[in-house]
Design a protein around this ligand. Structure first.
Ligand code: 5GP
Ligand code: SF4
Ligand code: MG
Length: 455
């Protein structure tokens, strides 16, 4: 998912619309905006793309100089309008709205705890838990106290925006798993999952929200509060590898630069004699350029993407995904025929894309197909909000070894990047989350009663 917020700028909702539009790659199932005008909350939300849900008429109803918005990609809770954010809550101590990117790992425990105390959940999304935790007790203390307490009860990944009648609270989980950045715009501020959205609204990047930090944005400017002394910089490596837009900077590293560097290292780790390098559009183009530059093998457009098909991965079912790949990618026969190809892709999750590509390229006359993957083999599920949450769906977890994966995909050779290369590409940092590649999860993992009963 993606979140975007504006504080203290006229027509905040229109700016949020543009912000969400540039975060569209983070979720295509639904989106929404809540604005505040003179302490009154207004909301428009719906299923579909930003350009489908919003129009001039409904944007006009979103008055005020504060707004938050959300684009949704469901990992827990499934689809449906009830799960489309921002969520809005009316409460005697003050209304508020919230928008969340990420996944909590103790949502089952917290939900049970809250339901026993009388909470009634509207949605199946774990994001709603924040609201119930904040409102656990009706108290008259400053709002920041229940927020800090709530943040200390949740475990997992979140970039979270909470908007009250006069403030926006921008919060990040203490492991720093999901990105969240703050920009300056005129006399006000914007906050976004990715910095690419600053460009489009004309904002200037100020800084990232730190792990374990809440940045309070109000008429006094920015104020910072740490809710936890336990802080780690375990940014999700998949944000760099696949998820984020190449023009975004995440914690000081540009995403395109990261990918290009992984492509260079991929060549160093797994060189091959070939005629051309072809990237799988769009997310692998940066890595393919890096491989081509490092090897001196020319880069060619051997695969064309139909721009009018959304991201296949984001389709929630396997059947839709298979159809998606077929509609989305076409080989260019005049380029690949008779050639030895290096095909660079950013990752293999279920194997749908690679299998299909190899088959299409062979049908178009490719002589040899050498797959090079710009990330390590995904052997473990993600519990932090990237849609690969079971062992069964991961081809590299299911098969007994990587040679079996190569055979299934049908490539002449298939090599993945080393985990060390990911750290290097992120500027030598050692604290990335790479749990889906090595099974070392940065947070505790809780078992639900259902899982316990199954064992
Ligand atoms: P597969 O087809 O193997 O299931 O998925 C791999 C393809 O999906 C790659 O081309 C990659 O660009 C895309 N992809 C890989 N990882 C992710 C992810 O974590 N999230 C999303 N949305 N797409 C991914
Ligand atoms: Fe990202 Fe993988 Fe960690 Fe999930 S497990 S947060 S996808 S690096
Ligand atoms: Mg791809």
């Amino acid at each position: 998912c993606g979140v975007f917020g504006v504080f203290g700028v006229e027509k905040a909702a229109s700016l949020t619309y543009y912000g969400l539009h540039s975060l569209q790659h983070r979720g295509q199932e639904g989106c929404g905006i809540v604005s505040v005008d003179n302490r009154t909350f207004h909301r428009v939300k719906g299923e579909g793309l930003v350009t489908e849900v919003f129009n001039e008429d409904n944007l006009r109803t979103l008055t005020g100089n504060m707004a938050i918005g959300h684009v949704r990609y469901s990992t827990t809770g499934g689809g449906g309008i009830d799960n489309v954010q921002p969520f809005m809550f009316m409460h005697s101590t003050g209304d508020f709205a919230l928008a969340h990117n990420g996944n909590l790992v103790n949502s089952f425990q917290l939900k049970t705890f809250l339901e026993e105390r009388g909470s009634l959940f509207h949605s199946t999304s774990d994001s709603e838990i924040f609201a119930h935790l904040i409102k656990k007790e009706t108290d008259s203390r400053d709002r920041i106290f229940p927020i800090l307490e709530a943040l200390n009860m949740v475990e997992g990944a979140f970039a979270l925006l909470i908007m009250t009648a006069s403030k926006i609270y921008a919060c990040r989980d203490k492991h720093g798993l999901r990105p969240l950045s703050i920009g300056k715009l005129g006399d006000g501020y914007v906050v976004s999952s990715e910095t690419c959205a600053f460009e489009v609204v004309g904002a200037e990047f100020i800084r990232d929200v730190a792990p374990g930090e809440v940045v309070i944005i109000d008429v006094n400017g920015l104020q910072s509060v740490d809710y936890s002394k336990f802080k780690h910089y375990n940014m999700c490596a998949m944000e760099y590898v696949y998820f984020a837009r190449p023009d975004s900077d995440i914690e000081g590293t540009n995403v395109h630069a990261f990918r290009k560097e992984t492509g260079r290292m991929l060549y160093e780790e797994a060189p091959v004699d070939a005629d051309i390098v072809v990237g799988v559009p769009d997310s692998s183009l940066s890595a393919a350029i890096g491989y081509s530059e490092a090897s001196g093998i020319p880069y060619e457009m051997g695969l064309i993407k139909n721009k009018y098909v959304g991201r296949t991965f984001i389709q929630p079912s396997q059947e839709l995904r298979e159809k998606g790949v077929r509609m989305k990618l076409s080989p260019v026969r005049s380029i690949v025929e008779g050639k030895r190809l290096v095909i660079v892709d950013d990752s293999i999750v279920r194997g749908t894309t690679s299998r299909r590509i190899v088959k299409m390229l062979r049908q178009s006359g490719a002589k040899e197909i050498h797959m090079r993957i710009a990330s390590p083999a995904i052997t473990h599920p993600c519990f932090y909000g990237v849609d690969m949450s079971t062992y069964d769906e991961l081809i590299c977890a299911r098969e007994k070894d990587l040679e079996a994966v190569r055979r299934l995909i049908g490539a002449d050779s298939l090599v993945w990047l080393s985990p060390e290369a990911l750290y290097k590409a992120a500027g030598g940092r050692k604290e990335l989350c790479i749990a889906c590649f090595n099974g070392r999860y940065p947070t505790a993992l809780y078992q639900s009663i259902h899982d316990v009963n199954k064992d």
